[in-house]
Design a binder for this molecule. Structure first.
Ligand code: PLP
Length: 393
């Protein structure tokens, strides 16, 4: 089909040309002085995105590898952890923990909101013997479009006076939603390259605290590839203990530069603006947003419930065939009931409006009951919402 494909899934997100060009370099010797310069630049630069002065580990891996790394470096078989059922990705992280012999207390959820800080606080307050070794939360639940209030969960942990480690999955929130590893005293922040960082898939991250490093010296789960100690030792020279994803690191250096050129606060504000416009469109169509709690609706994606009797995957197929746009599918227990519109990373007002026009036309093509006017509502939202505009010439 002519024109650019609209990749409007909530990650992998489109890779800006500037990053593609940065990646399109000859592979260099990963044991050379030239590489060490790149290694040091990305290991230091990353910290500014996680908002930490502590170490960030970069794996050549998907986000799932970074999830596993957080577990095997800190926990021991038989340990108990506390998690919240925010959606499909929280469920998957729970399953990985279970495979390593970790007992998971899973606070049930209806997949329509973020983790409840009060429920986490109450569980911790009950745990007088401090059996719970970690609280593990997904910041932006990509399967539903609901964010969890990480600062409030930190407060709940503190209010309970509980020593559990705090581990947060920011795979789909980092560099799109306000996040502060140090200020919120998160012990392990897990992330990935293919969403807010605007890179192709292939890098996994663990930002780690002093407390997490201490836990890593005592825990008994075996690990080799994921071992933090070995990574940190070699990273201190700008190198990696095994062959790194050299060209993705070129891309990462460029992504960090782009994020700071725009300014992280502006990046977050842009995501908020686009998300508000997308929600205005969904409401105008008369469709329902999956996340019921307005304060937790994601700046990164919007999950939309299909009217009863209509299959979300069939609708997505029509949108792809007719307009060359990929929308996110429903995952896990909302499969076929939900589609997701990604508005993250390399996305601006007109990208979003193009995507919403595709959705609106595909709704009509697929015979999904809706009202027209979603794109107009999004335009009105963008114009009334402090976007970077020149008022008049
Ligand atoms: N956690 C969240 C919140 C995600 O969105 C994803 C992937 O979309 C993952 C974890 C898993 O990451 P990956 O698919 O890169 O292994």
């Amino acid at each position: 089909m002519q024109g650019r494909h609209f990749l409007q899934i909530p990650g992998p997100s489109p890779v800006p040309d500037r990053i593609l060009r940065a990646i399109a370099m000859p592979v260099i010797d990963h044991r050379s002085a030239e590489f060490a310069e790149l290694g040091r630049a990305v290991l230091e630069g990353c910290k500014t995105v996680f908002r930490t002065t502590q170490p960030v580990i970069i794996y050549p891996s998907s986000g799932t590898g970074a999830w596993e790394a957080a577990i095997v470096n800190t926990l021991s078989p038989g340990d108990t952890v506390l998690m919240a059922e925010t959606g499909h990705f929280a469920t998957l992280w729970r399953q990985i923990a279970a495979k390593f012999g970790i007992k998971v207390e899973f606070i049930p959820g209806d997949w329509r909101r973020g983790a409840d800080p009060a429920a986490i606080g109450a569980k911790l307050a009950e745990d007088k013997a401090h059996r719970i070794k970690a609280v593990m939360v997904v910041h932006n639940e990509t399967s539903t479009g609901a964010t969890s209030r990480i600062a409030e969960i930190r407060q709940a942990i503190d209010a309970a006076g509980h020593p559990a480690l705090f581990m947060v999955d920011t795979i789909s929130s980092l560099a799109s939603v306000d996040y502060r590893h140090d200020e919120w005293r998160v012990d392990v922040t897990v992330s990935g390259s293919q969403k807010g960082l605007m890179l192709p898939p292939g890098l996994g991250f663990n930002a780690i605290s002093e407390k997490a490093l201490t836990a890593a010296k005592r825990n008994t789960l075996p690990r080799s590839y994921w071992d933090w100690q070995e990574m940190l030792k070699i990273n201190s020279t700008g190198f990696f203990p095994y062959t790194p994803a050299t060209n993705l690191l070129y891309g990462l250096r460029e992504a960090i530069a782009m994020l700071h050129e725009e300014g992280l606060e502006n990046v977050f504000a842009r995501h908020e603006r686009l998300a508000a416009a997308c929600r205005a469109a969904v409401k105008a169509w008369g469709l329902e947003i999956l996340c019921e709690e307005p304060a937790e609706q994601s700046p990164v994606l919007t999950g939309v419930l299909m009217p009863t009797g209509h299959d979300a995957d069939r609708f997505r197929e029509v949108a792809l065939r007719n307009y060359n746009i990929s929308l996110g599918s429903g995952l896990g227990k909302v499969a076929r009931k939900v589609f997701r519109i990604g508005h993250l990373g390399e996305c601006n007002a007109l990208t979003l409006l193009g995507a919403l026009a595709g959705v609106e036309m595909a709704l009509a093509d697929a015979g999904v009951p809706h009202r027209t006017g979603g794109v107009m509502a999004a335009m009105a939202s963008l114009q009334g919402n402090g976007g970077p505009r020149i008022e008049a010439v």
